[in-house]
Design a binder for this molecule. Structure first.
Ligand code: 5GP
Length: 179
């Protein structure tokens, strides 16, 4: 895979990812002391981050997953979101922490937040690994952010192009078609 010409320069290295996730885990552990947060992963992109983040949190956490699909081209979201897989658990009175891979326009997250709030949770906060600088069309109101990155299309560490590259252990730019 390393000789793939579409894999561009590294944006966030493996070391930086792991160090920041340790910090985020410590912060979440202290903020949610005495509670058992429900981590809601947004599939598929968040599965790698969620797995590392969860192991950095020293609390009794629970897990659920949602899959959404946004209409639009391969590299741009349109803001129209459809739930492809819904949660299994009831959110009533739960402290929900949404785990997102990347916030671009923020439209996917705005939709998710509205949708989850309507289910009667005690709280809904968001932990996003990556936020693209300057692109948000709505205020994403993020409690935890891993890294702010330039507005380029990136792959790796859960992020794909046509289901490839999710297993790269770092985040890098994509040099292929549509980028
Ligand atoms: P938003 O609704 O914030 O514009 O887009 C969020 C979703 O678009 C992310 O959850 C992700 O699936 C996809 N996305 C946005 N930017 C990128 C990117 O740079 N690379 C990849 N692979 N997906 C992206």
């Amino acid at each position: 895979m390393l000789d793939d010409p579409n894999i561009g320069p590294v944006v966030v290295s493996e070391d930086k990812l792991q160090a920041r996730i340790t910090e985020l885990g410590e912060q979440i552990t202290s903020d949610y002391q005495g509670r058992a947060p429900l981590l809601v992963g947004v599939l598929k992109g968040a599965f790698v981050f969620m797995s590392d983040l969860a192991r950095a949190i020293n609390l009794p956490v629970e897990f659920d997953f949602m899959a959404v699909s946004s209409y639009g081209s391969a590299t741009k979201t349109s803001g129209v979101v459809r739930i492809v897989k819904d949660l299994d658990l009831d959110l009533t009175d739960r402290h929900v922490l949404v785990v997102e891979d990347i916030v671009d326009s923020g439209l996917t997250l705005a939709y998710l937040r509205r949708n989850l709030r309507a289910r009667g949770p005690a709280s809904v906060e968001v932990c996003a690994l990556l936020v693209k600088e300057g692109l948000q069309k709505v205020d994403p109101d993020l409690r935890y952010v891993g890294f702010r990155i330039p507005p380029e299309f990136v792959i790796g560490y859960g992020l794909d192009v046509a289901e490839r590259y999710r297993n790269l252990p770092y985040v890098c730019t994509y040099l292929g078609e549509g980028s």
